[in-house]
Design a protein around this ligand. Structure first.
Ligand SMILES: NC(=O)c1ccc[n+]([C@@H]2O[C@H](COP(=O)([O-])OP(=O)(O)OC[C@H]3O[C@@H](n4cnc5c(N)ncnc54)[C@H](OP(=O)(O)O)[C@@H]3O)[C@@H](O)[C@H]2O)c1
Length: 244
């Protein structure tokens, strides 16, 4: 059955692939990002893609942009909180509060504003997926601002799960995916892995089955989202720990 799906960050990467896959299966997709999607919806589905150009980290204008995008909607089947930024790989002690705040604003606080705005508009959401990361729980050296933001997002969704029993919330770590985010990590000198050991594993994974493209992963992700509905609301799941 056709679903109403909200996805943040649909211009590239995982969000773009999820949007395309949802359109292919017949859904109505509501997306936001700073850039317009450069990709075309599948044939005859262009009227099923609803888009508003918005910097989601601009928390002042986000509620109005959302209300423009969602006019006439009273229920989303799925909201995928996907837009995210990596920030720099460096020691936390060398990371400024401004940089931490920049990453937190997009990866964490924008999602609070987004959820609060939708609920304030009286829009119900059946399922919320927060696009998380192993960094939310690993505490690996170098992942500073990003790790803090994803750990906070995980707790944010847990807290909403306790407040909103009608909505199922889950933080899902998608594993390594070959997107622009990986360009930065894989372009760091191989010697960086001496200081930041997790980089070695990531750089070795590129071009292998351990790092699928977003289009390869998207159908599997959508199936996972459905399966996750049987887990407790507020859960954190790493896709790499699920049975195939
Ligand atoms: N790739 C991985 O291996 C991996 C692993 C674990 C978790 N994740 C998570 O998966 C999610 C998607 O990552 P990705 O790899 O697909 O990254 P990506 O290719 O860099 O795409 C990020 C998307 O977020 C949007 N975005 C970024 N800043 C934005 C802003 N200020 N306002 C609105 N939209 C913004 C971008 O659109 P615009 O630039 O047009 O705004 C783009 O569509 C992120 O939350 C990331 O943390 C990725």
């Amino acid at each position: 059955m056709s679903q109403q799906v909200l996805i943040t960050g649909i211009s590239s990467g995982i969000g773009a692939a999820l949007a395309r896959t949802c359109l292919e299966r017949g859904d109505q997709v509501y997306g936001l990002s700073r850039r317009r999607p450069a990709w075309e919806p599948p044939s005859n589905r262009s009227d099923a893609l609803h888009f508003v150009q918005q910097d989601i980290a601009d928390l002042q204008t986000l509620p109005q942009a959302l209300s423009n995008l969602t006019a006439g909607i009273d229920q989303f089947d799925l909201a995928i909180l996907n837009a995210g930024v990596l920030g720099e790989i460096r020691d936390l002690g060398d990371t400024s509060l401004d940089e931490i705040q920049r990453v937190m604003t997009l990866n964490t606080w924008s999602n609070k504003i987004l959820l609060d705005s939708l609920f304030a508009q009286g829009i119900g959401i059946t399922q919320v997926i927060g696009m998380s990361s192993g960094a939310a729980i690993s505490g690996s050296r170098g992942w500073g601002a990003y790790a803090l933001s994803k750990a906070s997002l995980k707790m944010l969704l847990q807290l909403y799960a306790a407040e909103r029993p009608q909505t199922h919330f889950c933080s899902l770590a998608p594993g390594l995916v070959d997107t622009a985010m990986q360009d930065y990590l894989c372009d760091l000198p191989a010697s960086s892995s001496q200081t930041y050991p997790s980089l070695g594993r990531i750089q070795a994974a590129r071009g292998t089955d351990a790092m699928p493209t977003p289009d390869e992963l998207a159908p599997h992700l959508l199936q996972c989202f459905e399966n996750l509905r049987s887990e407790p609301s507020g859960c954190f799941i790493d896709i790499r720990n699920l049975p195939n």
